[in-house]
Design a protein around this ligand. Structure first.
Ligand code: SF4
Length: 210
C-alpha cells in the first residue's frame, strides 16, 4: 500500500473530481433492489434496468415472485445470463422472506447472507443503498481500482473491504462505493485505463504513462 498521506490526497482528489455519484440500478424499495442486484451478477446495470423495468410491472413483492414457476421467471430474465440459477435463487429467497422475515428484506448482514444467491457484496449493497447502513460492497471495479491506487493490497474482496472501511469514515462509505465504481467505469477501466487524463495520476503507483 502507498503511504497514508498519499492515500488521503488520492481520496481528496477523487472526491473533488466526482463530487456526487448515485446508484445506477433502478428500484423503488429494498426488495426490488435485492432482486436487481441478484440479477446484476455478470451483467451490466443497463441491461438489468431494461429487464426490471418490464419485470417489476408484473411482479413487485416477495409473494409475487414466490408464486412463480422457475421456468417462467428464467424466461423473463434470460437476457441477463446465468438465468437458471438467478431465477431459482430469487424464487427461493422470496419464499424465505415470506416464511422467516414477514415478507420484508432484513437489514443485517447475517440474515441477508443467509438468503440463496446473496453473497457479502450483494448484502452490503442492500445495507448501504436501501437502508443507509454503513457498509462497503466491493465489486470488480472497486477491487481493481483500489488495488491499482495502492489504497489496498488485499488479495480478496473481504480484505479490500476491511482496508477501505479503515480508511473511509462510516458516514462516507456509501458515496465512496458509488464514486469508485463510477471512476472504474469512466477512467480506470479494466482493459484501457485512461492514465493520461486521470486526476490522481501523479500519486498512482500503477499509472501506465504520464
Ligand atoms: S493513473 Fe491509471 S491506473 Fe492509476 S488510477 Fe488513474 S487510470 Fe487507474
Amino acid at each position: 500500500m502507498i503511504p497514508k498521506n498519499n492515500q488521503k490526497t488520492i481520496l481528496k482528489l477523487l472526491a473533488g473530481h466526482i463530487p456526487t455519484a448515485n446508484p445506477t440500478l433502478h428500484y423503488s424499495n429494498p426488495f426490488e433492489l435485492l432482486v436487481a442486484v441478484m440479477l446484476s451478477a455478470q451483467c451490466t446495470d443497463r441491461r438489468v434496468n431494461i429487464i426490471t423495468a418490464r419485470l417489476f410491472t408484473q411482479y413487485r413483492t416477495p409473494r409475487d415472485f414466490a408464486a412463480l414457476e422457475q421456468k417462467n421467471l428464467a424466461e423473463e430474465i434470460r437476457d441477463c445470463g446465468l438465468y437458471r440459477n438467478k431465477s431459482r435463487h430469487i424464487i427461493e429467497t422470496s419464499r424465505i422472506l415470506l416464511d422467516k422475515f414477514g415478507g420484508l428484506v432484513p437489514h443485517n448482514l447475517e440474515d441477508l447472507e443467509s438468503l440463496p444467491g446473496v453473497g457479502r457484496k450483494t448484502a452490503n449493497v442492500v445495507l448501504s443503498v436501501a437502508f443507509g447502513i454503513p457498509a462497503f460492497p466491493v465489486d470488480t471495479h472497486i477491487f481493481r481500482v483500489t488495488r491499482r491506487l495502492g489504497l489496498s493490497n488485499g488479495k480478496n474482496p473481504l480484505l479490500v473491504e476491511q482496508d477501505l472501511t479503515r480508511l473511509i469514515p462510516p458516514s462516507e462509505l456509501g458515496i465512496w462505493h458509488h464514486r469508485l465504481i463510477h471512476f472504474g467505469r469512466s477512467t480506470c477501466t479494466a482493459r484501457k485505463p485512461d492514465c493520461d487524463n486521470c486526476v490522481v495520476r501523479l500519486y498512482c503507483p500503477s499509472r501506465i504513462s504520464l
